[in-house]
Design a protein around this ligand. Structure first.
Ligand SMILES: NC(=O)C1=CN([C@@H]2O[C@H](COP(=O)(O)OP(=O)(O)OC[C@H]3O[C@@H](n4cnc5c(N)ncnc54)[C@H](O)[C@@H]3O)[C@@H](O)[C@H]2O)C=CC1
Ligand SMILES: O=C(CO)COP(=O)(O)O
Ligand SMILES: [Zn+2]
Length: 347
């Protein structure tokens, strides 16, 4: 049997105001050289400033880069700034984390993940979703050496981001169904332990759907822990298969088609409702749970044109065609797509 490599973070810090310990955590991780902090336009004041202050208090020389997207060009721009830098600290949402992770991987240096929102399960995973001229690509990267999730920042982020994180976890249900199908039909490699962890995480978040509340530290903590364990399922599998199937293809297609896409997790949640129906599963349970989490369940709540939903359903199978799912090789016909979206109340 082939050998297997599993990458996990070395230290994970979850709690109120842990961002103020960024400097000492990086020292404990044996870093002492120059550090590059990567952040986004909204997250500089919310998080990066605090991380920089803490790093400077511990005598790190800190450089700063602000980014707006997660494209391969932006990754290259960050790589160009890495002279004498031995560590990148990414402070922000999923796009910031992915760019910082990918640039550090390409440069052969380390990366610390400081999520400011619990909106996606890439906070600790060894993958980065980067856009190039072919669309979104799931790229192998180094797992962060450390994760610093400040639940005070995360609980005060717009509630929509937390709901999106829950929906990204709910999508594990259809991702696992797709993975099992690919294993049966295409002999794709499958990991029982990764699938079990992914499903357990999705069940836990579904069970808590009514108790996840705006502004509560306990809710922020629960969602961060769940995103972390979903990320660990990705680590064990060595691919995003336990957390990304047909529903993610639908979301990636919407990112290409919609004038103003919604959040990643929100789109994946709506995709899960429809893909669960295609799998013959209980899509109404998924829909009700998403509703309880305040996540969108239809085109109107996503702020997306119903015609774009149909186009994305028709296009979805062409995204990452090597990843076999319930959409098969030919995907949905226009009539089937329309029927599915109407039946599930998405349009
Ligand atoms: N590498 C992986 O394994 C995974 C990667 N992803 C990727 O992550 C991205 C989605 O991440 P998102 O965080 O949904 O999108 P995002 O990075 O675009 O962030 C959404 C918005 O929230 C803002 N924001 C973040 N924290 C905030 C705070 N505390 N207060 C106010 N605003 C705040 C950001 O500035 C941004 O405007 C996608 O590109 C997706 O493909 C998603 C799942 C897994
Ligand atoms: O979003 C992810 C898991 O939630 C990762 O997915 P992709 O591999 O589809 O980019
Ligand atoms: Zn996702």
């Amino acid at each position: 049997m082939d050998s297997k490599k599993i990458q996990m973070p070395r230290e994970v810090h979850i709690g109120a105001d842990v961002i103020d310990n960024t400097g000492s955590i990086c020292k404990d991780l044996r870093f002492y050289d120059d550090v590059l902090v990567v952040t986004g336009p909204n997250t500089l004041k919310i998080g990066a400033d605090k991380a920089i202050e803490s790093l400077e208090d511990e005598d790190f020389a800190v450089d700063l880069s602000k980014i707006n997207d997660a494209t391969s060009k932006t990754v290259e721009k960050i790589e160009d700034k890495l002279n004498n830098i031995s560590l990148i600290v990414g402070v922000g949402g999923g796009k910031v984390i992915d760019v910082a992770k990918m640039a550090a991987t390409n440069a052969g240096i380390y990366f610390v993940s400081v999520p400011t929102a619990a909106s996606h399960d890439g906070i600790a995973s060894p993958l980065a979703s980067i856009k190039n001229n072919k669309g979104s690509v799931s790229m192998t990267a180094q797992a962060p050496i450390g994760v610093i999730a400040d639940t005070n920042i995360i609980r005060n982020a717009p509630f929509r981001l937390l709901s999106a994180g829950c929906a990204d976890i709910v999508s594990n249900y259809t991702a696992i169904k797709d993975w099992q199908l690919a294993n049966r039909l295409q002999n794709d490699s499958y990991s029982e332990s990764a699938a079990a962890l992914s499903l357990m995480t999705a069940k836990l978040i579904m069970k808590s759907s009514k108790s996840i509340k705006k502004g509560l530290e306990e809710s922020a903590r629960l969602v961060v822990k769940s995103l972390f364990s979903s990320g660990m399922a990705i680590s064990i599998a060595g691919s995003s298969r336990p957390a990304s199937g047909s529903e993610h293809k639908f979301s990636h297609a919407l990112d290409k088609i919609a004038k103003k896409p919604a959040l990643h997790g929100e789109q994946c949640g709506v995709g899960t409702i429809m893909m669960m129906s295609l799998h013959g599963g209980d899509w109404e349970v998924i829909k009700n749970a998403l509703h309880d989490m305040n996540a969108p369940t239809n085109a109107y709540e996503l702020g997306i044109d119903p015609d774009d939903i149909i186009e994305a359903l028709i296009m979805a199978h062409k995204i990452r065609p090597e990843r076999y799912t319930i959409l098969g090789d030919r995907g949905l016909s226009r009539d089937a797509a329309k029927k599915l979206a109407i039946k599930t109340g998405v349009i």
